[in-house]
Design a protein around this ligand. Structure first.
Ligand SMILES: [Cu+2]
Length: 492
């Protein structure tokens, strides 16, 4: 039997400014879900968006925008199907919006301006109410455009984990640990080619040719478009070694909930001498839990994995990238009774393939319609920034014109063709999707809300149009979505 879920790190569960579940909660029935909650009654949670400082390591302060003055923001624990009321105060000088990532809730509270969610004006507030679903590991983050202003959007510290209590548990475990991976102190650069070899699948010749054709069209721009680099890296707001270690006992089973809360980085995580049994992706239980030596997470992806603590010592649970790990991307795991400097060992090469967690040989369901999207990068085309187009169109924040119309109840297959060398963590709001073809293989049963599409690769996922309202699709890299990589779906 699982023990009562607990967070071992007290500083992480600092509930400052967080109002507990009000006893009046039962007064709201889910049938009221669409009506805006009246003021007067007490909110279940209060979220304050404000500038503040966080100390990543002794003396290393970073000024950014935070939720409730802390990083990560407060842990928000909700119950599936039980209506919640949240007051969001914006104490900053710019309009803000808070997105409930991974939940199937109405557009007006989802938290995307493109879907019609009202912004929270500077020094204003908004009360929102919704019925949380589905259960699992979700999160809350800002959804404003940053463009070239790296103090805004997901470059800031506006991130809070959201856990919607599941009806069934994810397996027996002794402790539950949330790990929020995040970078700070961003700057623009022209460098940084990402290692692609970790992701399963082969690049397509045809897509490479399309990419080359786009490059030729933009060849007047000699330099590569801007990328974003970071100076400091942290887990749960502390650089490697600066925070409390995760304290474990030999024989314990630890359930890790890992969130890549980056604005655009792809993260890996390994714990020397241990394997991760992946039980859920993006909060959704997988059909085939499987053991892997390394976790890979695209921007905004979540992995829930159980680790059996059977290798006593003091270890670094860290990113495979030496530079990022040395600049803070890691946390110490300390067995009871063990002493000494934390040890790191580079794991053997391992390829991340989502299909491992799906039904083997499972043929996906038939769909009503297939929508193809060709992704093209126009190198440095927007004042030195890369412009992104979907089927030739860059999303316009001015017109916010929906690109696709869907019919309620129909099942759609989205077929993506990536004519760029970048990995794109593709995200669909307000719906979960099922991976149906990835890295050249059919699969089924893996339900997600973000998935990495490899450079010059193709993939397919299906979704059922079961949550009417404007729905945003975008790449979760802030730099890509701000420069065209978005599309709106509307319901007929
Ligand atoms: Cu992208």
């Amino acid at each position: 039997m699982p023990s009562k879920p607990s967070l071992p790190r007290r500083d992480f569960l600092k509930l400052s400014g967080l109002v507990g579940l009000a006893p009046s909660l039962g007064a709201f029935s889910p049938s009221n879900a669409q009506t805006p909650p009246a003021m007067g009654s007490k909110a279940d949670y209060t979220l304050r968006i404000a500038r503040g400082n966080i100390e990543l390591s002794p003396g290393h302060m970073v000024a950014t925008t935070l939720y409730n003055g802390q990083f990560p923001g407060p842990m928000v624990r909700l119950t599936e199907g039980r209506r919640v009321i949240v007051d969001v105060y914006n104490d900053t000088d710019i309009p803000e919006v808070a997105h409930w990532h991974g939940q199937m809730i109405p557009s007006e509270v989802d938290g995307a301006i493109e879907e019609g969610t009202p912004v929270i004006p500077p020094h204003g507030m908004r009360r929102i109410g919704f019925v949380p679903k589905p259960s699992g590991f979700r999160f809350l983050h800002t959804h404003v455009t940053a463009g070239s202003d790296l103090s805004r959007g997901t470059y800031s510290g506006q991130v809070a984990p959201v856990y919607i209590e599941p009806k069934s548990n994810l397996g027996a475990y002794d402790q539950e640990v949330f790990l929020i991976l995040k970078e700070f102190e961003p700057s623009l650069s022209h460098g940084g080619d990402m290692d692609m070899k970790f992701l399963a699948g082969e690049p397509s010749k045809e897509l490479k040719q399309l990419g080359k054709a786009a490059d030729d069209k933009n060849k007047q721009h000699k330099q590569k478009g801007f990328e974003v680099n970071y100076k400091s890296f942290c887990i749960n707001g502390k650089m490697l070694g600066a925070g409390d270690p995760i304290r474990v006992k030999a024989g314990e089973r630890v359930l890790f909930h890992v969130l890549n809360a980056s604005a655009g980085e792809i993260r890996s995580l390994a714990l020397p001498g241990h394997v991760f049994r992946v039980v859920a992706l993006d909060g959704n239980p997988v059909p085939t839990p499987a053991d892997v030596p390394v976790l890979w997470l695209g921007t905004a992806e979540r992995v829930s994995a159980i680790v059996e603590m059977q290798h006593p010592g003091v270890w670094v649970l860290g990113d495979l990238d030496d530079d990022d790990r040395k600049h803070g991307m890691g946390i110490i795991v300390e067995y009871a009774g063990q002493r000494g400097a934390p040890q790191w060992e580079k794991p053997k090469h391992f390829q991340w393939a989502y299909s491992v967690f799906g039904h083997s040989g499972g043929a996906p369901s038939a769909v009503d319609e297939t929508i193809e999207m060709l992704i093209v990068k126009n190198n440095a085309a927007l004042a030195g920034f890369n412009q992104w187009t979907l089927n030739g169109e860059a999303f316009s924040m001015a017109s916010m014109k929906p690109l696709y119309t869907v019919h309620q109840g129909r099942r759609y297959r989205l077929k993506f063709r990536n004519a760029s060398d970048d990995i794109h963590p593709l995200h669909l709001h307000r719906h979960s999707f099922e991976l149906t073809r990835i890295a050249g293989k059919p699969t089924s049963g893996v339900m997600k809300d973000v998935v990495m599409l490899g450079g010059f690769q193709e993939m397919e996922f299906d979704f059922v149009a079961n949550n009417p309202g404007l729905t945003l699709f975008h790449c979760h890299q802030q730099l890509h979505m701000d420069y065209g990589f978005m599309a709106l779906f509307k319901y007929a």
